[in-house]
Design a protein around this ligand. Structure first.
Ligand SMILES: Nc1ncnc2c1ncn2[C@@H]1O[C@H](COP(=O)(O)OP(=O)(O)OP(=O)(O)O)[C@@H](O)[C@H]1O
Ligand SMILES: [Mg+2]
Length: 458
């Protein structure tokens, strides 16, 4: 009986003699029993938790047994529910069972049946509890902040984030596009003592030179034509928090000099300003470029790099941490089927095979996008290979780009990007998804392709 005694039971029945009668009877068998004589009182007790089984009369004033059961399910209260019903309402009780009630008992109660049912319901409750906490533990094991993955490589990254975050050291995150550099930057911020301060991100590739300078340092009123008001830049906005510089290798050389000075002194002037402004910031930067090459080619200043890279963090591409592919795929499947209210259970065998063998050159972003599309397209309760590969088959007339052999790469890229952008009617998110690049990256390219004259003139 000891196992039974660990779980409490609630009897909710508006007929007081039934509630109290059951309480006495079950207490004799060693159960710990509470009673409630209306649905409202029952709901209050149930919310405090701890009941393995709730015996709920179907007909009670205000909150009836069915309503009580449905509230419990919505609130995620895991107690098993046994419905007590008069013979006239058996249909309703059966309906409740379809929704997950454990069983029902008809009035007048057959005590023998109740006594046989209770230990089984309690056992079901316990099994459910055990599975639940196991699932929670597993989910926690496989993630770190918003980062999912438990490969050896990712664990090393988590360890480094954990130990580097509390310091003020500049961290540069290096990795291919779509490997999660921005998520890592956020995790660093969240684990740092600055977590409550601002996290300000700026994409250095997204702006032409003058605009980037303005974005970084801000300006005083009247600093240039059009500067009607003063405007603080990212440096100021990140005061007390973290400044995240994405695609840092794309900064123009003369801004790099100015930037380096600001970093070294933790102070700068707004454009058109005389006053030195001091800030307390931690800098995290990211690049998907080969840094040594960028330095050798004179694109990235050596001294700036060393400033930024007190701690370098290398994020490996997805194909070098194959073990994470399945975990990520399952996590995205769950996320997108919830978001789209589609009850998708898992992957068909051919889809799994593809997920495991494909190279995922666009890394986690590509996997994520492919799964979002697949979930939306899926017809049955499984994602199939066809759903996954749909994105490769745009096809059709205005869906085609003709590029002849010998076209300069830059021009080919321009054509492809602009055509894709117009194909999706200017939807940045969709265009970026189709092109397999980040939205910021897309905006950067578009501003370059669409307005070269204005950019040069500003
Ligand atoms: N380990 C991960 N767990 C969960 N989601 C991830 C992970 N890595 C990346 N993602 C998701 O993939 C997408 C791309 O990630 P992110 O923007 O951080 O990549 P990135 O390395 O900054 O790419 P880019 O160089 O193109 O800017 C995001 O939607 C992000 O949420
Ligand atoms: Mg990024």
């Amino acid at each position: 009986m000891t196992a039974v005694m660990q779980s409490k039971i609630l009897v909710a029945d508006d007929e007081r003699h039934i509630a109290e009668g059951l309480q006495m009877l079950l207490a004799d068998d060693g159960y710990e029993v509470d009673t409630a004589t209306d649905g409202k009182a029952a709901w209050e007790l149930v919310q405090k938790g701890g009941y393995g089984v709730v015996l709920a009369d179907l007909r009670m004033p205000e909150i009836d047994g069915l309503e009580l059961f449905s509230r419990m399910r919505k609130a995620g209260i895991p107690s098993e529910v046994i419905i007590i019903t008069g013979s006239a309402s058996v249909d309703t009780a059966v309906e409740a069972m379809r929704e997950g009630a454990y069983d029902y008992l008809e009035k007048p109660l057959n005590i023998g049946r109740l006594k046989a049912l209770l230990p089984k319901a309690l056992e079901a409750y316990k099994v459910k509890q055990a599975n639940r906490s196991l699932e929670e533990r597993l989910a926690n094991l496989t993630r770190f902040g918003d980062l999912i993955g438990q490969s050896e490589e990712m664990r090393k990254i988590y360890d480094m984030i954990e130990s580097a975050a509390p310091s003020n050291a500049s961290i540069i995150v290096v990795g291919e596009s779509g490997t999660g550099k921005e998520l890592v930057a956020r995790a660093i911020h969240d684990k740092s003592t600055r977590a409550k301060g601002p996290f300000v991100a700026i994409n250095c590739a997204a702006f032409p030179r003058e605009i980037l300078e303005n974005e970084l340092f801000g300006h005083e009123k009247g600093a240039f034509t059009g500067a009607i008001n003063e405007k603080p830049g990212c440096f100021e906005m990140a005061d007390g928090g973290t400044l995240f510089l994405d695609e840092v290798a794309e900064m123009e050389p003369d801004i790099q000099v100015k930037f380096l000075r600001a970093l070294e002194q933790r102070s700068f002037r707004r454009l058109g300003g005389k006053k030195e402004i001091h800030v307390d910031i931690r800098v995290v930067s990211a690049t998907n470029k080969n840094i040594q090459r960028a330095i050798d080619e004179g694109k990235l200043r050596d001294d700036l790099y060393h400033r930024l890279a007190v701690i370098p963090l290398h994020l490996p591409p997805l194909r070098e941490r194959r073990g994470d592919v399945r975990i990520l795929a399952e996590a995205f499947l769950r996320r997108f089927s919830e978001e789209n209210s589609k009850p998708i259970k898992g992957f068909a065998a051919d889809a799994l095979e593809f997920i495991h063998t494909y190279r995922w050159p666009g890394n986690v972003r590509e996997l994520k996008n492919a799964l979002e599309r697949a979930v939306i397209l899926a017809r049955g309760d499984e994602v199939t290979l066809k759903d996954l590969q749909a994105h490769d088959q745009i096809g059709g007339d205005d869906r085609e780009v003709r590029i002849s052999v010998g076209t300069p790469l830059e021009q080919a890229e321009r054509t492809l990007v602009l055509k894709t952008f117009s194909f999706v009617d200017g939807d940045h998110g969709r265009a970026a998804t189709l092109l397999g690049i980040g939205e910021d990256d897309l905006r950067g390219r578009l501003s370059q392709f669409l307005a070269p004259e204005t950019a040069a003139a500003s």
